[in-house]
Design a protein around this ligand. Structure first.
Ligand code: FAD
Length: 382
């Protein structure tokens, strides 16, 4: 067992770390404040190859693996989570379904621009009336001749309304299975298709420089060939995508937790109270030591889940453990980092205020903490 990074992995981590500090950090607070999408940062991330990291070169990818994506996400989130979630959603939710389940033609049509970061795709699973219980999907798609006619709506869909969004994969009920359950399938809906409406962006507590919209489909017609993979495989497809995605979200959460440590060390050395730096107090030192401990153990949990996935072993439980643990400790670290910053921690100009606002969603998105516990318990045979 060896958790040390290879030279290549170390180089990737360092180049993303430098990029986050030199390119993201100087501009992100303004985007966050104004709720604007950082197109220029995303363009540069595309040039670095980050959107193609886990994909084969034959499709325009970088020939790396999912762990490489996780390392990049951790380093980005150490500075900013809006940029990190944009990459996570673009790769693991946006491009990955087409890469894993798409036909040769669908891959050739969509992947080159998605993998270069010139285009983004959304993953439309959640609906206004159902999130955790995805089997409750109400959106319907009916095959009429050689077209799917889609009706319904989707909620909270990341990367679905940017100027460079080219498509959304939509989970819809396409029939009834022999056992009476809903037949779910996934359909590619290109941006701009008549009947597909993107609502204005949500007003969010955190991730304010990322793009999230409600989507409506009103007799929206797409070619029958836009079916992704086999009809009726929608459920299995999104379970696979979400299992992997949990490792990526865990990496993002570890990055935020580590960013809280970075900022707290800096502040504890600068800020003086009672005639000495606050970091001279053991109470503050212990807080920071605990924060480091949590970031470290959560990192090991996502490394383990990623290693199992890449080895082709079962990883569902380990991915759920990593996501549950990393999101919990990210919230803990954000709370403690804010505490260490005192009143300044409550001011938006300090990165820890952003970390605090960005941390909570990690316990909700891509499966809530309760859902992770359900997955773990089920995998234990309960
Ligand atoms: C900023 C943002 C971005 C997002 N991006 C996307 C995206 O790109 N694509 C996408 O498809 N979705 C996306 N989502 C949706 C997200 O995945 C869902 O919000 C999440 O899965 C929870 O679903 P819900 O909001 O419907 O909550 P609900 O399912 O209604 O749950 C409400 C509460 O009840 C609890 N609960 C539900 N069932 C049980 C149970 N059986 N036992 C115990 N507790 C239970 C939940 O854990 C939660 O605490 C995004 C959400 C946000 C906020």
């Amino acid at each position: 067992m060896d958790f040390r990074l290879t030279d290549e992995q170390t180089a990737l981590r360092e180049s993303v770390r430098d990029f986050a500090r030199e390119v993201v950090a100087p501009v992100i607070a303004e985007h966050y404040e104004k709720h604007t999408f950082p197109y220029e940062v995303i363009r540069q991330m595309g040039k670095m190859g980050l959107f193609g990291l886990p994909f084969a070169e034959e499709h325009g990818g970088m020939g790396g693996d999912y762990f490489a994506l996780c390392l990049a996400l951790e380093e980005l989130a150490r500075v900013d989570s809006s940029v990190a979630i944009t990459l996570e959603a673009a790769v693991s939710l946006g491009a990955m379904p087409i890469y894993r389940f798409g036909s040769d033609e669908q891959k050739a049509t969509w992947l080159p621009k998605l993998l270069s970061g010139e285009a983004l795709a959304g993953f439309g699973l959640t609906e206004p009336g159902t999130g955790s219980d995805a089997a409750g999907t109400q959106t319907r798609a009916v095959l009429e001749g050689d077209q799917w006619v889609i009706n319904g709506s989707k909620a909270f869909i990341t990367n679905s309304g940017t100027d460079i969004t080219t498509l959304v994969t939509v989970t819809a009920v396409t029939g009834t299975n022999p056992d009476g359950s809903k037949e779910l399938s996934t359909i590619i809906v290109p941006t701009g298709t008549p009947g597909f409406t993107v609502a204005p962006g949500y007003s969010k507590v955190g991730w304010t420089a990322s793009d999230t919209h409600e989507l409506t489909f009103d007799n929206c017609r797409v070619p029958a060939a836009n079916l992704l993979g086999e009809r009726g495989r929608g459920f299995a497809q999104f379970l696979r995508i979400l299992d992997e995605g949990r490792i990526a979200i865990a990496a993002l959460a570890v990055g935020l937790a580590q960013g809280c440590v970075d900022e707290s060390i800096k502040y504890a050395k600068e800020r003086e109270a009672f005639g000495r730096p606050i970091g001279a107090n053991q109470a503050i030192q212990f807080k920071i030591a605990d924060m480091e401990l949590k970031a470290h153990t959560a990192r090991l949990a996502y490394y383990d889940a990623a290693a199992r996935m890449l080895a082709g072993e079962p990883f569902k439980r380990q991915a759920a453990i990593a996501k549950l643990h990393a999101s919990t400790i990210a919230v803990d670290n954000a709370r403690e980092a804010t505490q260490i910053h005192g009143g300044y921690g409550f001011m938006n100009e300090y990165p820890v205020a952003r970390f605090w606002r960005d941390s909570k969603i990690l316990e909700i998105g891509e499966g809530t903490s309760e859902v992770q516990r359900m997955i773990i318990a089920r995998d234990l045979g309960l």
